[in-house]
Structures are given as structure tokens and as C-alpha cells.
Design a protein around this ligand. Structure first.
Ligand SMILES: Nc1ncnc2c1ncn2[C@@H]1O[C@H](COP(=O)(O)OP(=O)(O)OP(=O)(O)O)[C@@H](O)[C@H]1O
Ligand SMILES: [Mg+2]
Length: 380
């Protein structure tokens, strides 16, 4: 085993000599200095793990030396040698993280106990370091493996979902091109108009998809502003009314007049309501033909703490447990080529960004109610 280096600092030559012999006997490689300045020079050169220093010395004293050494290398164990009268100094040195102190005249036994303490501390520190190193390596390895795997799966799923959606849109466009060509070939205006309508629907789909993907990629914190919370509801109703009427569905509204302007991102909330109400219409369309199932009720209200609540209630097909679990997943849709399955995922994202809550209750064959709650206090 390599000898442990020890630096011995004392201005009294006699003490230095005696201690050097004792320390060498104990197996140390001893370096000596007769003042603090010399001690620092040697310390910088050999960086010993243990320093043994007199407290009282002319010039820079042991206490100052201790502090300087701890500053240079906090892991150095410094044992102080104190004379009879400097108990206070010795105690003070402990505050500056001296390992121990031995009093003059130095007994071998006391010196050995102090050195043992120093070694114990060094050993402990080494163990802790090994431990944390191992732990760091382990955590590093685990997280890297996890991230790699998870990221690859996530990217793969996104790609698969996207490809599915794009294939649907391409399919739609192919169909419309076919009808358009037939219409031109036969000079049939009906065909041409029909083909043209389908082109427009699919162009709209691509536009919405790209907007959704953008929203998914980066939240837009810059667009939050004070708005009438009922405004996006009215806009969306205006937008969807023709489609609802065309399908014999009544859009009923019950908008609270108590709502004060609320800080929100209007485009985001518009997107959420558009999807929730569209979903409600789709669900009502595929439901049985009972009159009540042809009604979608959209209401707003005040929440206790001044927040805003949106509710969209339909009496459509409802959802079974399996569907309920997946509704917020990206690209989950039961609508085949008609749905991208991004709607609720984006909706949830927007509401999360608002630090809000989105929840729903649904029963198969009975209907569904989605509720959004936006809190009053808001970070952006
Ligand atoms: N009100 C509802 N009633 C019944 N099922 C619903 C309702 N809302 C959502 N769902 C179910 O959740 C699925 C996911 O909805 P989401 O809005 O995310 O996608 P989508 O409507 O299928 O497609 P899009 O991306 O065009 O919105 C739907 O396909 C449907 O099965
Ligand atoms: Mg939808």
C-alpha cells in the first residue's frame, strides 16, 4: 500500500522532530513546515490528505492556515495541535471544520485517535463518492435506455397515426379527382360540383391537421388575452349551425350572463369547443332517431372561485369503457376515414396549458357530457 502523505506544521523544531518520528513509525510519509506560508507552499505541491498543524505560530496562525487549506481543498483532514492556554482557539477551529485537536504535550495515544478519526472520515467520503458515482451511472443508464425506447415508440406511433390520417385524406382527394375527371369527360356539371365539394372538404382537413400539429408542437403563450368567455362559443355555434340543421340536430345554448372577461387563448378555446361540439354532433348523428338524441346543449357558467365552466351535452351514441380509456390518445378515432383522432388530444393540451380541467361522463346508448373548467388565476 502507498504511504499516506501527512504535512506537519510547527514552528518549534523539537516538536517537529519528535512528531515526525512518531508519524513515520505509524507508516506516514511526513513533510514538515515551520510556518503557515511554507506549509501552504508544500500543501499546493503535494496535496496531502491529512495536515497536522500547531495553532499558535508567528505570522499566519494555525486557524488561518486551516481556513486557507479548507478553501483550497475542503476534503483535507486538518488536525490542530493546541497548547495549554489556547483551548478557545482549539474549539473555534472545530467550527472551521478541523477534524480534531490534540493538546501538548502530545501523547501517542491521543495522536493515534485523532488520525484514526481522520482516516475514518476519508474512508467514509470515498464510500459515499463511490456510491453516488454508481448511482449516477445506474440512473444515467436506466434513463437513457428508457428515453431511447420510449422516444422511438412515441415517434413511431405518431408517424403511424399521421400516415393513416394522410392516407385517408389522399383517399378522399383521389375520389374527388375521379369524380371531377368523370364530370369533365361526360360534361356533367353535377359530377364536377360534387367532386369540387369533396376537394374543398379535404383541403380543409389538411389545413386543420397542420394547425393541430402546430398546436401540438408548440404552445402559444403569446396569445392569451382578456376575452368574453362566451365569445368563442358563439363563434363555433355560428360555424356549426348550418351543418347541425342540415342533419336535423338542434344546437341549444345556455350562456351565463354573469361571466366577466377572462384571460384565455381564444383560438385555443375555439379549437376545443369546435372539436367537442363536432364530436357531439357526430355522436348524435349516429345515434337512434329519438327526438331527444337530436339535441346538443352548450352551456357556460361561473365556477366558485371566479373560473369559467363550459359544458357540452349530447344524447348521442355514448361510449363504452374501452373507448373512454382511449379518447385522449393521439390518433384514436372510431370514425374511420372521417376522424383524425387528434381532436380530444389537442383539446386536452390546450386546457392543460390553461391550467384547466377537462372531464367527461358518458354512457353507451345514453349520451355524453364534456366539461371544461378554466381557473381564474392564470400564469401567462
Ligand atoms: N361526444 C361523444 N360521444 C361519443 N363518442 C365520443 C364523443 N366525443 C369523442 N368520442 C369518441 O372519442 C374518439 C376521439 O375523439 P377525437 O375528437 O379525439 O377524434 P375524432 O373526433 O375521432 O377525430 P377528429 O380528429 O376529427 O376530432 C372519437 O372517435 C369517438 O369515438
Ligand atoms: Mg373530434
Amino acid at each position: 500500500m502507498m504511504e499516506t502523505k501527512i504535512l506537519l506544521v510547527d514552528d518549534e523544531e523539537g516538536i517537529c522532530q519528535v512528531l515526525s518520528i512518531s508519524l513515520a513509525d505509524l507508516g506516514y510519509k511526513v513533510y514538515t513546515a515551520d510556518c503557515a506560508a511554507e506549509a501552504l507552499r508544500i500543501f499546493r505541491e503535494i496535496d496531502p490528505p491529512i495536515v497536522l498543524t500547531d495553532i499558535k505560530m508567528p505570522g499566519m496562525d494555525g486557524l488561518e492556515l486551516l481556513r486557507e487549506i479548507k478553501r483550497l481543498d475542503p476534503e483535507t483532514e486538518v488536525i490542530m495541535i493546541s497548547g495549554h492556554g489556547d483551548m478557545n482557539l482549539a474549539i473555534k477551529s472545530l467550527k472551521y471544520e478541523a477534524t480534531d485537536f490534540v493538546t501538548k504535550p502530545i501523547k501517542d495515544e491521543a495522536l493515534e485517535i485523532a488520525l484514526k478519526r481522520a482516516h475514518e472520515k476519508i474512508g467514509l467520503r470515498k464510500k459515499i463518492k463511490q456510491h453516488t458515482d454508481n448511482l449516477e451511472q445506474l440512473v444515467d443508464k436506466k434513463t437513457r435506455r428508457l428515453l431511447d425506447g420510449e422516444r422511438r415508440i412515441a415517434v413511431g406511433q405518431t408517424m403511424a397515426g399521421l400516415s393513416h390520417v394522410l392516407r385517408n385524406i389522399a383517399g378522399g382527394l383521389e375520389g374527388s379527382v375521379f369524380i371531377l375527371e368523370k364530370g369533365m369527360e361526360l360534361d356533367n356539371k353535377q359530377y364536377i360540383l360534387q367532386g369540387w365539394e369533396t376537394v374543398k372538404v379535404n383541403v380543409e382537413k389538411i389545413r386543420n391537421l397542420s394547425l393541430d400539429l402546430l398546436k401540438y408542437a408548440k404552445p402559444d403563450y403569446g396569445n392569451y388575452r382578456l376575452c368574453d368567455p362566451n365569445k368563442p362559443v358563439k363563434d363555433v355555434i355560428d360555424l356549426l349551425k348550418p351543418r347541425a340543421e342540415h342533419n336535423g340536430i338542434v344546437l341549444k345554448t345556455d350562456l351565463s350572463s354573469e361571466l366577466r372577461p377572462h384571460r384565455l387563448e381564444p383560438e385555443g378555446i375555439h379549437r376545443c369547443l369546435l372539436n367537442l361540439i363536432t364530436n357531439a354532433l357526430d355522436a348524435s348523428l349516429t345515434a337512434s332517431s329519438e327526438a331527444s338524441s337530436k339535441e346538443v346543449i352548450i352551456s357556460t357558467g361561473k365556477v366558485d372561485d371566479g373560473g369559467v365552466e363550459y359544458r357540452i351535452e349530447d344524447h348521442g351514441v355514448g361510449m363504452d369503457e374501452e373507448i373512454k380509456e382511449k379518447v385522449f390518445n393521439s390518433f384514436f378515432s372510431t370514425k374511420g376515414a372521417m376522424g383524425t383522432g387528434l381532436g380530444l388530444m389537442i383539446t386536452k393540451r390546450v386546457i392543460d396549458e390553461h391550467r384547466g380541467i377537462i372531464k367527461f361522463e358518458s354512457e353507451k346508448g345514453i349520451g355524453t357530457t364534456f366539461t371544461i373548467i378554466l381557473p381564474r388565476i392564470f400564469p401567462y
